[in-house]
Design a protein around this ligand. Structure first.
Ligand code: HEM
Length: 482
């Protein structure tokens, strides 16, 4: 079989893949060598900026199948019984850069893109059901405290504790992070969560609040701090490698899809604010309901095209699903499409990985790298037979809101506080071994040389607020008076 010619990007057969055109074998190179010039110029443009957070990751394609009838809760096409929907799942760490180690202590991103009959639906979640803060105006400050200092570009644990201890709503998520769940064994061995509360509405317009849980069928497994540290050095790409190798050999990982459903009117008088992203809904109040399963079964064929340029956005919502008064979710609805326009370009939705698998008939036009535009008419409304909007599909998404315009924290429900659920985690969820490793992980983190004595005292105070025993354990480890 003959090997095909290599070409340049315009398809011209390449005269050489290793020799530039010169005046005689030893002479200077010629400006007319457009093959060389394209090669060098394209190389200079190989990178797009890395994601401002969640830069290091990996992903794969697969399919979700819904096995239960939840049409009484949502009309969303992808959640109808028997429906199979293709998907992309990208896993990531949060704070590290593109080349950083997969086993670092960090939450893990768990970003799903479903290619549905009504356009793409993205659930851009994490491997934890909660988050560090509950107002989006704190997000960039939080991230700055977790990434690098301005002066020496070093990570700084003192800065991290400074932020966390000044923002006690972080306690629940930092508790998760400081258990061994902060260092999952692989991406396949962790659960995913939509984290926020979302709106579901059915064909009659009845509304419900919903939370998503994706439970790993491989079993949840974590690394202890020593193993995670050793792996950082031995194989910084361990999790990316694990996913790739598993899928390559046909060992397809899967997750069971579960939801918690809250009747719409329960939200007002529930014992705590059900839209507060630092809280879980206890399963005793709202049990998990299994609705299906998804499997990852195909590796990307080109990492850059399909994973680096994948653009997840919580604003990719489909009829039957809406946002909620979760302020963090509201902030995210703006943030992601904005960062994609900057990081990838305004027509990022035309790239194959981001393109919906259904025809688009939008009236947006042109812009850099336009690949496909709709035919005339190019404006709405029109009398030229152009596509018309589908208001009736969204009839259930509205709900009543009113109030003064303010800058304020959420109004408190009767059991709202910052430490209660972290305390429940410590008291009722963790085993003795997990409690011991949590104390060890906190002490290890707050023992970094840059953490000041004053900060150590604040760290002890923070954990004492979660639970006195935890405070005592951390104080002992740090050599601080509790
Ligand atoms: C990535 C902003 C909270 C999960 C990102 C990116 C931005 C961002 C700008 C980079 C996106 C890209 O370049 O492709 C924010 C803001 C938040 C917030 C402003 C709060 C106001 C959260 C929360 C979660 C989350 C609460 C999880 C529950 C993720 C994930 C990614 C990501 C998984 C990576 C997506 C991917 O794999 O491409 N975030 N984020 N973020 N964020 Fe957030």
């Amino acid at each position: 079989m003959s090997v095909p010619y290599s070409t340049d990007d315009a398809g011209h057969p390449a005269p050489s893949d290793g020799l530039s055109q010169s005046v005689g074998p030893n002479g200077p190179l010629l400006l007319q060598d457009h093959f060389l010039i394209q090669k060098m110029a394209h190389f200079n443009r190989e990178r797009v900026p890395e994601r401002v957070v969640h830069a290091k990751g990996g992903g794969a394609f697969g399919e979700m199948e819904i096995t239960e009838d939840v049409s009484r809760y949502t009309s969303a096409d992808l959640f109808q019984k028997g429906r199979k929907t293709p998907l992309l799942l990208r896993f990531s760490t949060v704070a590290g850069e593109l080349g950083s180690a997969d086993s670092a202590r960090d939450p893990r991103g768990f970003a799903l893109k479903f290619y549905t009959e009504h356009g793409n639906y993205d659930i851009v979640g994490n491997n934890t059901p909660i988050f560090f803060i509950r107002d989006p105006s704190k997000f960039s400050d939080f991230i700055h405290s977790q990434k690098r200092r301005a002066d020496n570009q070093l990570r700084d644990n003192n800065m991290q504790w400074d932020f966390w201890t000044l923002n006690p709503e972080s306690a629940h998520q930092v508790s998760f992070l400081m258990t061994d769940r902060g260092t999952p064994k692989t991406w396949r061995h962790m659960n995913g969560y939509g984290s926020h509360t979302f709106l579901w509405y059915n064909a009659e317009g009845e509304k419900f609040w919903v939370k998503y849980h994706f439970k790993t069928d491989q079993g949840a497994e974590n690394l202890d701090a020593d193993k995670a540290k050793a792996l950082e050095a031995a194989d910084p790409d361990a999790h990316r490698r694990d996913l790739w190798e598993s899928i390559k050999k046909g060992d397809f990982p899967s997750w069971t899809v579960k939801v918690q459903i809250m009747p719409f009117d329960d939200a007002v008088n529930y014992r705590f604010n059900p839209f507060d992203l630092t809280k879980v809904w206890p399963h005793g109040d709202y049990p998990e309901i299994t609705i299906g399963k998804f499997t990852l079964n195909r590796n990307p064929s080109n990492y850059f095209a399909e994973i680096e340029q994948a653009a997840f956005e919580p604003s990719n919502l489909v009829p039957g699903i809406g946002g909620s008064p979760d302020k963090m979710l509201q902030g995210r609805l703006f943030s992601y499409p904005d960062t994609h326009r900057y990081r990838i370009g305004p027509n990022y939705l035309q790239l194959p990985v981001n393109q919906p698998k259904v025809a688009t008939r939008s009236y947006n036009l042109d812009g850099p790298m336009t690949y496909s535009n709709n035919a005339d008419p190019v404006y709405a409304p029109n009398t030229a037979g152009g596509a018309v909007s589908a208001n009736e599909l969204y009839e259930g998404e509205g709900y009543h809101v009113s109030g003064e315009m303010v800058r304020s924290a959420y109004e408190l429900h009767k059991e709202d506080d910052d430490f209660g659920q972290a305390r429940t985690l410590w008291e009722k969820v963790l085993t003795d071994t997990e409690r011991t490793s949590m104390v060890g992980n906190i002490v290890g983190h707050a023992s970094a040389p840059e953490v000041t004595d004053d900060m150590k005292k604040r760290v002890v105070e923070y954990w004492t607020n979660v639970h006195p025993d935890l405070g005592v354990g951390v104080a002992k480890g740090l050599g601080v008076q509790a």
